[in-house]
Design a protein around this ligand. Structure first.
Ligand code: BG6
Length: 481
């Protein structure tokens, strides 16, 4: 299947940091369909060779395991082309169309890796020039909007030029292997599904912790904050995957219909519940990853009096028969104690204990990163005495090790899916809008509330109020258990 992949924003960070390394990995693994062309477009004039040299140099900054040798790069570079485009000029789109049509590949994927404020312009120009035929797909990177109204506006423009199934919204968390495994765990095995409900589960915790600060993205981040950057998309997508009903088929709309139902069942926030159930924080200086870290408001391009949150913890519920009353805790932040993304399913205690001592209930930990695996925490008898207390033990499945050869990174997976037209792991516009609808009352309450985010020291697990939020229900975050 021949393909043309056009990367708008061809010299930008996303392209050289994530997309080119992912494409190279796909190429190295022999997964990129033959007959492909990758065309980067950007504003300045350069030749194909100059662009290839630029990408080659940038590969020096990616993970060494993902760096090509000279020979590998030379082969990969044959697929890579460059074209200058002024995104405001209709004739430049006409030129692009000619380039695409001259070969008439089986499929054309137009990846918008530019700043999102350019999406409406690019998408409508593509429509005007007719680069929106049935073989064309357009891929949109987050952030898709700043709130519900702006997300709806982007969707309106996209819909005017492309059908829903031609528009692929990326949430790279859905491309992480652990998230695929969550589907496999729930719907490929009989073991957990009968327990996957309020009768057996006490609470579910979703943590996406980062030890990095905002780095060089201070200006973007300060306009965005953790709720928009991580909760509205990544954390909520994980929640839908954990909580959805079994889809009837492994196909995009069957899955996305179920995810949408979860988003629609989330308990809506009110001003009162935001004050009670949402904690926002901002990091101060501290020690992180073995080095001194500056406070958020001392980061480059961050205004000194900023009240943008770098941490959010919240409690919500899903109002349906399966989950009524089960707290879902979501937590994310920058400059936390470690880089750690995981979903912890805490089961209820046994109804009656015949063993001495106090026992921890079972728990299942779905580890997204840095490791990719599963831990099932159980209790066992050591066999050393007659009335001994039970001892905690756990089964530890390391998927990186088990499937080392075949594991693919999130962007590699999503790019290959975009080329093949597999939509399961892309977010549909109604899901995305519903997620915005749910976070909007939180944004509004924060706007009306004059109090700044709670401070926390870099290198910790966030403000103490986040622990109190969970403790109030008689539970504790995984690292405190
Ligand atoms: C991005 C956010 O979507 O996800 C970043 O904009 C964040 O702020 C990143 O650092 C985290 O992704 P990952 O895959 O490194 O956990």
């Amino acid at each position: 299947m021949s393909f043309d992949l056009v990367l708008f924003g061809g010299t930008g960070d996303l392209t050289w940091r994530k997309l080119m390394p992912a494409l190279f990995q796909a190429f190295r693994h022999g997964k990129l369909p033959p007959g492909g062309r990758i065309l980067s477009v950007a504003r300045d004039e350069r030749s194909d060779d100059a662009y290839r040299a630029f990408i080659k140099e940038r590969f020096g900054e990616v993970d060494s395991a993902k760096r090509p040798s000279d020979e590998e790069f030379a082969q990969f570079a044959e697929l890579v082309h460059y074209r200058r485009m002024d995104l405001s000029r209709p004739e430049d789109y006409a030129g692009l169309k000619q380039w695409v049509e001259a070969r008439d590949a089986d499929t054309t994927v137009l990846f918008l890796a530019t700043s999102p404020h350019l999406f409406p312009q690019i998408v409508s120009q593509l429509g005007n020039v007719g680069l929106n035929g049935p073989k064309v797909r357009v891929v949109l990177e987050k952030p898709l909007g700043h709130d519900l109204a702006s997300a709806q506006e982007i969707n309106r423009v996209v819909r005017a030029a492309f059908r829903e199934e031609q528009a692929l919204r990326i949430d790279h968390y859905l491309g992480k292997p652990a998230v695929q495994n969550l589907m496999a765990l729930r719907f490929g095995n009989v073991l957990f599904e009968p327990l996957w409900r309020r009768e057996s589960i006490a609470n579910i915790q979703i943590t996406i912790a980062e030890s990095l600060g905002v780095g060089t993205r201070g200006d973007f981040y300060d306009r965005t904050g953790a709720l928009r950057d991580m909760v509205q998309n990544h954390a909520l997508q994980l929640l839908t995957m954990v909580a959805m009903e079994p889809p009837s088929r492994n196909d995009a709309d069957a899955i996305r219909d179920e995810k949408l139902k979860v988003l629609r069942s989330l308990k809506p926030f009110t001003e009162e519940s935001v004050a009670r159930d949402v904690v926002r924080g901002q990091y101060r200086a501290g020690n992180c990853d073995g080095a001194r870290a500056v406070a958020y408001h001392d980061e480059v391009k961050v205004p000194s009096g900023s009240t943008t949150e770098t941490f959010v913890a919240l409690r919500t519920e899903i109002q349906n028969w399966r989950w009524a009353g089960v707290p879902f805790y979501l937590r994310t932040g920058k400059r936390l104690a470690e880089r750690d993304a995981q979903i912890v399913v805490n089961f209820r205690p046994t109804p009656h204990s015949i063993f001495p001592g106090v026992h921890r209930p079972n728990k299942l930990v779905i580890k997204l990163q840095p490791e990719d695996g599963l831990e099932l925490h159980l209790l066992a008898a050591k066999g050393s005495g007659q009335s001994e207390a039970l001892a905690p033990v756990f089964l530890d499945l390391d998927f990186d090790k088990a499937f080392a050869e075949n594991r693919v990174g999130a962007y590699e997976r999503l790019l290959l899916d975009a080329i093949a037209g597999r939509l399961n792991l892309f977010v549909r516009s109604d899901e995305q809008e519903q997620a915005w609808r749910w976070v909007e009352p939180v944004l509004a309450a924060w706007r009306n509330d004059g109090t700044p985010p709670r401070p926390y020291a870099a290198g910790t697990w966030g403000p103490a109020a986040a622990s109190a939020l969970v403790a109030r229900d008689g539970f504790a975050w995984a690292e405190e258990q």
